[in-house]
Design a protein around this ligand. Structure first.
Ligand code: PLP
Length: 379
């Protein structure tokens, strides 16, 4: 098989798997228990949490471990009393929680980058949270978070000068960026940051929310008071250790990864250009994660392409896996102004550890064949 859907899921790395193994049946103790073996488990858990924190330039106690990015995103929004702004292309786990609050969407430009003029217009005095993903999950677009953070800082200062105590914070979902970008909360200027084990070759069902000291959240889950009372429930020790191991590994390979994927995506694009239907490469190829190759074959039906590619054991998706499985039109592709025909013919190809030059060339050849067959069927 050729797997081109690393934005949907990544296989757990061998190192992460090995690191997790002892914590299932041997060191299985509840980290909150009082005896020595349990205390050792607590120490291993806290150590792993520190590793995750360090990977984003934070401290251990600035993190809340969650059941994944969805929960971390939901928790971030719990600080809102008045209003929030979210980028129109956010993942459903941001957009759908925002809908429970007074919210507005910030427009994006045709290349998927935030429309800063629209943002400035909507940055009103009652906005308490702005949520913009570091990199988009369908287009791989990398947003200028530092610029957004600086506009938010100016608004904070304006409020301070006016004696207005309404706080304002910047949240970013970094789920897709962790393999390719050197994430540092201070450099990005974010107050809250979501990270996701499942996208970085760690186990699924684990994530974390970084929060700066002045952020006050309301827990979504009540119970034994774990994670400083912000996320009760017995700790997912093995999961967090797997996440920490995988995240550290990814951090060590950032540069190598970027070079590898830049080369592979170039090969993929060049090969696809030789096909029957001229592909449109989506988003800003300049401000894009190196492993992303979102592409549209206008006039074709991506659902059929996926089905035919699956027959040839090439696995790709149309945009976000969750939207695709429900047959919905991508809100992200609509937000960048693609026509219905362009959206209908769009595939998200996302590369990762399972790819090399040989299987990328093979995949391109198969995609070109399937596209040609579909094009001829429609004539
Ligand atoms: N945010 C982004 C950008 C994602 O790509 C995903 C997963 O697809 C999520 C959040 C949700 O992650 P999870 O399903 O692990 O909670």
């Amino acid at each position: 098989m050729i797997y081109l859907d690393h934005a949907a899921a990544t296989p757990v790395s061998k190192k992460a798997l090995t690191a997790m193994q002892p914590y299932f049946a041997d060191d299985f103790f509840n980290p909150s228990a009082a005896y020595l073996p349990a205390k050792k488990v607590r120490a291993a858990y806290e150590d792993a949490k520190s590793t995750i924190a360090h990977c984003v330039g934070a401290k251990n106690n600035d993190l809340v471990i969650t059941s994944g990015a969805t929960e971390a995103n939901n928790l971030a929004f719990s600080l809102i009393k008045k209003k929030c702004l979210v980028l129109a292309t956010e993942h459903d786990s941001v957009l759908n929680v925002a809908k429970n609050y007074n919210y507005e969407e910030i427009a994006v430009l045709k290349n998927g980058l935030v429309d800063l003029n629209d943002f400035k217009k909507k940055l009103s005095a009652d906005v308490e949270l702005v949520s913009v993903a570091l990199a988009n999950n369908e287009l791989g677009t990398i947003q200028p978070l530092a610029e957004i953070a600086s506009l938010i800082r100016a608004e904070r200062e304006r409020r301070l000068a006016a004696g207005d105590k309404t706080p304002i914070f910047l949240h970013s979902d970094a789920s897709q960026a962790m393999n390719l970008l050197d994430i540092n909360v201070s450099r990005l200027g974010v107050d809250l940051l979501t990270v996701n084990s499942a996208k970085v070759y760690g186990p699924k069902g684990v994530g974390a929310l970084y929060l700066s000291h002045d952020v006050r959240l309301k827990p979504l889950i009540f119970g034994g008071g774990q994670e400083n009372g912000l996320r009760s429930g017995t700790e997912n020790v093995a999961g967090v250790i797997g996440f920490a191991t995988a995240f550290r590994e990814a951090k060590e390979h950032l540069n190598g990864n970027r070079k590898k994927y830049e080369k592979l995506v170039k090969i993929l694009r060049d090969e696809l250009k030789k096909g029957t239907v001229e592909p449109i490469f989506l988003g800003s190829t300049k401000h894009q994660l190196a492993n992303f190759c979102p592409v549209s074959f206008p006039g074709l039906d991506a659902e059929r392409l996926i089905f035919k590619l699956e027959e040839a054991e090439v696995y790709v998706s149309t945009g976000a896996a969750c939207a695709a499985s429900k047959g919905q039109k991508s809100h992200t592709l609509a937000a960048i102004g693609l026509t219905d025909e362009e959206i209908a013919g769009s595939l998200r190809l996302s590369l990762g550890e399972l790819n090399d030059e040989e299987n990328i060339k093979q995949a391109a050849e198969i995609i070109n064949r399937v596209v040609k067959e579909e094009y001829e069927r429609r004539k």
